[in-house]
Design a protein around this ligand. Structure first.
Ligand code: NAD
Length: 396
C-alpha cells in the first residue's frame, strides 16, 4: 500500500516501514562512525522500540558489540492498518543486529506486568545466564499495578496553581496562550505510580532475586529537568514529582546493587522530539527554540548522539561515573549551558506566530516529528507500493 501520515490530535496513526528502517540504519551508521565503546556485553532495554530506549539499544549493540533483549509495547499491522513505528524500528534493528552477528531478541507486552518480567527473566536464563546493564526507558500514559490491579493514568499538569504560557501547534505554526489547571492530589499520585520508580525497582528486584544480574551490573533510567519556563508544567508539575521519585529510587537501587558490586543511575537527558515529549504542552515551543539555538552553536544532538555520549563519556569510561551534586548523570549539559539558555529565554519572550520561523526551528521540529513515524526521510520513495506487514524475526 501507499502509506501517508494520518493524524489524530498530536499522534500520527500510521507509520512507514521503509522510513523507520532508514531512521534506524542512520542511527546505526552514526554509532559505527564513532570510536568503539568498551562497555556491556549483555544488555536488557525496557522501552526499547523508540526514542531514548531505541537509541540506547543501538548504542549498546553497535557501539559496544552487545547482545540485547528489548522489551516494549507495540502493535503489528492488521488489515489496512500499519504497525506502530516502534514495531518497524525493532524489525529493522533486529535484522541489522543479526547481520552483524549480534544476538537480538524482543518481548512485546506490558512491561509493568509480572508476566512480562518473568518472561524476560526466563529468556535471560535460557539465552545468556546474566545481564551487565539494564536500561529503563519507559514512557507510558497508563499502568496497571501488578499486585493491586489499580489502573493509574499519568497527567501533565502543574501543581498548586494554574499555569499560563505560550505554546505552539506545529501543524498550523500558530503560537497561542494556554492555561493548564493544577492537578488534584489523586492525579499526582497516579502520575508518580506510572512514571516514578516503583516499576523500575520491581524489575531490579525481580532480576536480582532470579540471580540474573552479573557482578558489577549497572542500571540506568532517564530523567529531565529543563529550563525555568517549563518548570511549572514539567519539573515542578506532576511529571516532575514522578521524576523526583525515579531519582530517589536510583539511590535506593544503587545501595541494593552494591551487594553485587553494581550501580544504579538516573541520567538527565536533553529535550528531544519523541512521541512522549510532543504530548507535553509548552515543551514543543521550547524545543523549537532550543533546536535553533543549539544548531547555530553547533551543539545540536538527537537521541543517538545523546546515548552514545552517555555510554562513552559517562557510564563506560573505565573510571568513576561523573555525576552532579545530587548523584545524577548530566548529558543535558549542553542544553543547560548558560549561553544556550540565555539565548532561548530571550527568544521565548519575543516569539509569536509572525516571527516563529525566524526565531525557532519549527521546521526542524516538524520534520523530526514526522521522522518518528518514518516519514520525510531521505532515500525513501513514499510513492512506492510498500508492504505494511513486516515481521520482527524474534517474535515470528
Ligand atoms: P518514547 O515514547 O519514545 O518511548 C517509550 C518506550 O516505552 C517505547 O519503547 C514504548 O514501546 C515503551 N512502552 C510504553 N508503555 C509500555 C508498556 N506498558 N510496556 C512496555 N513498553 C512500554 O519515549 P522517550 O521520550 O524516549 O522517553 C523515555 C524516557 O526518557 C522517559 O523516562 C522520559 O521521561 C525520558 N526523557 C525524555 C526526554 C525527551 O525529551 N523525550 C528528555 C529526557 C528524558
Amino acid at each position: 500500500m501507499i502509506i501517508k501520515p494520518k493524524f489524530r490530535g498530536f499522534i500520527c496513526t500510521t507509520a512507514h516501514p521503509e522510513g523507520c528502517a532508514q531512521q534506524v540504519r542512520n542511527q546505526i551508521d552514526y554509532v559505527k562512525s564513532q570510536p568503539a565503546i568498551n562497555g556491556p556485553k549483555k544488555v536488557l532495554v525496557i522501552g526499547a522500540s523508540t526514542g531514548y530506549g531505541l537509541a540506547s539499544r543501538i548504542t549498546a549493540a553497535f557501539g559496544a558489540g552487545a547482545d540485547t533483549i528489548g522489551v516494549f509495547f507495540e502493535r503489528p499491522s492488521s488489515g489496512n492498518r500499519t504497525a506502530t513505528a516502534g514495531w518497524y524500528n525493532t524489525a529493522a534493528f533486529e535484522e541489522a543486529a543479526r547481520e552483524a552477528g549480534l544476538f537480538a531478541k524482543s518481548i512485546n507486552g506490558d512491561a509493568f506486568s509480572n508476566e512480562i518480567k518473568q518472561q524476560t527473566i526466563e529468556m535471560i536464563k535460557r539465552e545468556w545466564g546474566k545481564v551487565d546493564l539494564v536500561v529503563y526507558s519507559l514512557a507510558a500514559p497508563k499502568r496497571v499495578h501488578p499486585e493491586t490491579g489499580e489502573v493509574f493514568s499519568s497527567v501533565l499538569k502543574p501543581i498548586g496553581q494554574t499555569f499560563s504560557n505560550k505554546t505552539v501547534d506545529f501543524h498550523t505554526e500558530e503560537v497561542s496562550h494556554i492555561s493548564i489547571e493544577p492537578a488534584t492530589e489523586e492525579e499526582i499520585r497516579h502520575t508518580i505510580a506510572v512514571m516514578g520508580g516503583e516499576d523500575w525497582k520491581m524489575w531490579i528486584d525481580a532480576l536480582q532475586e532470579a540471580d540474573v544480574l552479573n557482578e558489577g551490573a549497572k542500571t540506568v533510567a532517564y530523567s529531565y529537568i529543563g529550563p525555568v519556563v517549563t518548570h511549572p508544567v514539567y519539573r515542578e508539575g506532576t511529571v516532575g514529582r514522578a521524576k523526583n521519585h525515579l531519582e530517589a529510587t536510583a539511590h535506593e537501587l544503587d545501595k541494593q546493587l552494591k551487594k553485587i558490586g553494581g550501580e544504579a543511575y538516573v541520567s538527565v537527558n536533553k529535550a528531544l522530539v519523541t512521541q512522549s515529549s510532543s504530548a507535553i504542552p509548552v515543551v514543543p515551543l521550547y524545543i523549537s527554540l532550543l533546536y535553533k539555538v543549539m544548531k547555530e552553536k553547533g551543539l545540536h544532538e538527537g537521541c543517538i548522539e545523546q546515548m552514545y555520549r552517555l555510554f562513552n563519556e559517562r557510564l563506560y569510561t573505565g573510571g568513576e561515573v561523573q555525576v552532579d551534586e545530587e548523584g545524577r548523570i548530566r548529558i543535558d549539559d549542553w542544553e543547560m549551558r548558560e549561553d544556550v539558555q540565555a539565548e532561548v529565554s530571550a527568544r521565548w519572550s519575543k516569539v509569536d506566530s509572525d516571527n516563529l520561523k525566524e526565531l525557532s526551528d519549527i521546521e526542524g521540529y516538524r520534520r523530526d516529528f514526522f521522522q518518528l513515524f518514518g516519514f520525510e526521510t531521505d532515500g525513501v520513495d513514499y510513492e512506492a507500493d510498500t508492504e505494511a506487514n513486516v515481521t520482527i524475526q524474534s517474535l515470528a
